[in-house]
Design a protein around this ligand. Structure first.
Ligand SMILES: Cc1cc2nc3c(=O)[nH]c(=O)nc-3n(C[C@H](O)[C@H](O)[C@H](O)COP(=O)(O)OP(=O)(O)OC[C@H]3O[C@@H](n4cnc5c(N)ncnc54)[C@H](O)[C@@H]3O)c2cc1C
Ligand SMILES: *[C@@H]1O[C@H](CO)[C@@H](O)[C@H](O)[C@H]1NC(C)=O
Ligand SMILES: *[C@@H]1O[C@H](CO)[C@@H](O)[C@H](O)[C@H]1NC(C)=O
Length: 613
């Protein structure tokens, strides 16, 4: 630290210096704890290489949720050399990404690609130009370094259906061991459950801090749902649960922290950051290497065995198409020589969320103290307290709002966020804190707000696509999710809202006079403010992405015309090239996507190592 070298000013001597001295104590403690904290975080870091070899056994493009897992598993036995390329930098030790309570501040930073969608015809009516902002991680750990930390695996229905549709070997019983392989469950609950493991590299902690969580769970019980482990129960998610989160020892369990720190000192792994891949090279129908730009210079490296693309649901289809793997029509238009005519970028799916604000008459949420002085101090000294939790995400619920034969999974998820929505950066443009957006009198008195995010539908029928904007690898691609285009999706939202009205009417919620805040928009003027049509208007205005884009390089049987990769994640018709990340999901899981992506990478690593034996 720099010493203050300024000479003391000619101040008048104070008569009673000790009267004011105590005021400095908290500041001193805070300063001290910040320094201690800084050194603690500095300890664990990732060893970055600047050296590059001409050839590696495997070249992995993208050090995100999936890429970090692969880099670890493929170098574990010491037999293979691996290069891990990442377009972003290394943000380990940066408090915004490390401290779970700051999770909502991690988007719109240098570690975020900050994509935007095309204007949406059927959604995003309240947003500027009807465009959705799309954060994606650009740093070691990828999106697992900037996401909201919710650990949900999805259930039996999803994976059994994947297998049935042609993803042989991906049924629930086959994927469960790979969820377990990663996990190190930290909390006392469910430790003996066969659905959890305590000795993997990925620390998972159960959370719940405020009375709001109890009110939420008890309300669920009154409605007849069980309170259970949403990741257990033979893969049946339906019910209410405390949230399991990607946190451990008070820190974010990004895949960079969990998988790269232990692997980065291995001799057989090189990690190259600020390295933007621009092209996959082929000889005939075999992938041979990758070109990338680092510090303004272009490098090309060769892969002896395989090139593995783990650049995420946006980055992977983009890089494949830039390299000539994509729809022939589009490749021709951009004059990119065709290597394989495949439906890359099609089948884009995403979850949407409608933020229902709940008003209660007592100060029971985290709004008043999560970011307060004592919370900061407690975290700095002990790495515990409210900031060690996932930004007040505390509980969740899964429902089947409609029963039919095709109901393989719950169709709606709620996520309880026990804090006023105004603390979330992603909603800042809505500015709900201004009374204009609300009914008069809604936030009068001593009351408080918290949010229940309605995530519906879990299996959307609206399907979008990603296309190249140009042949320039630094141009962002065209992202068009077609949000709320299919009427099924809106119906599901309405049922999710009706169910929430039931929940808020329970004795548990009424013990704090809970009610759903009526959001206003000048376009939504129905006489009956509770009519389906009125809610539909609000959903089309305010529902937004829940950040789960998937399925743009869909997995399926080798003869499936809609598939890009086979069940071993090999690009169909090409040798030595796999895609391993969120883009291979046949359809989006009825759950948040980070845990499934980590499972996908664990399973792929096994498949790759087995194929080589
Ligand atoms: C704000 C937000 C909140 C979320 N909250 C949750 C949550 O609470 N729970 C949950 O389960 N899921 C959540 N998700 C989703 C989840 O994090 C993602 O589905 C998951 O991280 C995707 O993993 P991936 O490996 O497919 O891609 P990523 O993790 O995005 O990894 C791709 C990596 O490739 C790199 N890359 C891309 N292109 C190139 C290139 N050309 N050259 C080199 N490198 C490249 C990127 O920089 C990135 O590091 C959230 C997402 C966001 C954005
Ligand atoms: C890079 O090359 C050197 C020299 O041939 C070799 O010793 C080393 O193991 C290689 N490292 C990797 C990660 O391939
Ligand atoms: C909130 O409402 C409940 C139930 O009506 C009541 O018992 C309680 O006293 C109220 N709290 C405050 C602070 O008004």
């Amino acid at each position: 630290m720099k010493k203050n070298s300024k000479p003391p000013k000619n101040e008048k001597p104070r008569s009673q210096p000790w009267n004011n001295a105590w005021k400095a104590v908290p500041i001193l403690i805070l300063a001290l704890s910040v320094i201690i904290h800084y050194y603690l975080l500095k300890e664990d870091n990732i060893h970055i290489t600047t050296q590059l070899n001409a050839t590696y056994d495997f070249v992995i493009v993208g050090a995100g949720s999936a890429g970090c897992v692969l880099a670890n598993r493929l170098t574990e036995n010491g037999q293979f050399s691996v290069l891990l390329l990442e377009a972003g930098g290394n943000d380990m030790g940066n408090y915004i990404y490390d401290i779970p309570g700051y999770t909502d501040k991690a988007v719109r930073t240098h570690a975020d690609w900050g994509y935007h969608t095309e204007p949406q015809k059927h959604a995003y009516k309240a947003y500027k130009k009807e465009i959705s902002f799309w954060p994606r991680g650009r740093t070691l750990g990828g999106t697992s370094t900037i996401n909201s930390l919710v650990y949900h695996r999805g259930g039996r229905g999803d994976y059994d259906k994947w297998a049935e549709l042609g993803a042989k070997g991906w049924d629930y019983d086959s994927v469960l061991p790979y969820f377990l392989k990663s996990e190190s469950f930290q909390s006392p609950s469910f430790r003996d459950s066969k659905y959890h493991n305590t000795n993997g590299p990925l620390k998972i902690t159960e959370t719940a801090f405020t009375r709001v969580a109890d009110i939420f769970l008890n309300g669920g019980k009154e409605l007849g749902y069980k309170i259970h482990d949403c990741n257990g129960n033979d893969g049946d998610q339906e019910g209410f649960c405390r949230l399991q989160t990607f946190t451990g020892d008070g820190l974010r369990s990004s895949t960079a922290r969990s998988f790269l720190i232990p692997a980065s000192k291995r001799e057989n792994l090189h990690i190259s950051i600020n390295s933007h891949a621009t092209k996959i090279h082929f000889e005939g129908k075999s992938a041979t290497g990758v070109s990338f730009v680092r510090g303004g210079l272009k490098f090309t490296v060769n892969a002896r065995k395989e090139v593995i693309i783990s650049s995420g649901a946006v980055g992977s289809p983009q890089l494949l198409m830039l390299s000539g793997v994509g729809p022939k029509k589009d490749m021709d238009k951009l004059k990119i020589p065709l290597v394989a005519d495949l439906p890359v970028g099609k089948n884009l799916q995403d979850h949407m969320m409608f933020p229902a604000m709940i008003h209660v008459n007592e100060s029971i949420s985290g709004s008043d103290w999560v970011y307060g002085f004592w919370s900061q101090l407690k975290y700095s000294l002990f790495r515990s307290g409210p900031l060690s939790f996932a930004g007040m995400r505390e509980a969740a619920a899964y429902f089947r709002t409609e029963r039919s034969a095709s109901d393989i999974s719950p169709d709606v998820q709620y996520q309880l966020h026990s804090i006023d929505i105004k603390y979330e950066k992603r909603f800042s443009f809505l500015d709900f804190s201004k009374p204009k957006a609300m009914t008069e009198g809604d936030i009068k008195g001593n009351g408080q707000l918290f949010t229940i995010g309605i995530m519906a539908p879990q299996h959307p029928k609206s399907v979008g696509e990603i296309r190249l904007r140009s042949a320039d690898p630094f141009d962002y691609p065209i992202i068009d999710p077609h949000y709320l285009e299919d009427p099924y999706d809106m119906g599901c939202f309405i049922r999710g809202i009706r169910k929430l009205q039931d929940l808020v009417a329970t004795k548990s919620f009424q013990s704090v006079q809970a009610r759903i805040v009526q959001i206003k928009h000048e376009d939504c003027q129905s006489k009956d403010q509770d009519a389906d049509k009125h809610w539909e208007c609000l959903v089309r205005h305010y529902a937004l992405t829940n950040y789960h884009p998937t399925s743009t390089c869909k997995m399926g049987a080798r003869d499936d015309k809609t598939a890009v990769v086979d069940p071993d994640l090999r690009v169909i018709g090409i040798k030595g090239l796999r895609v391993v990340d969120a883009s291979i999901m046949p359809f989006v899981t009825a759950a948040n996507t980070n845990a499934p992506v980590i499972m996908i990478a664990e399973k792929a690593a096994d498949a790759i190592l087995n194929a080589i034996k």
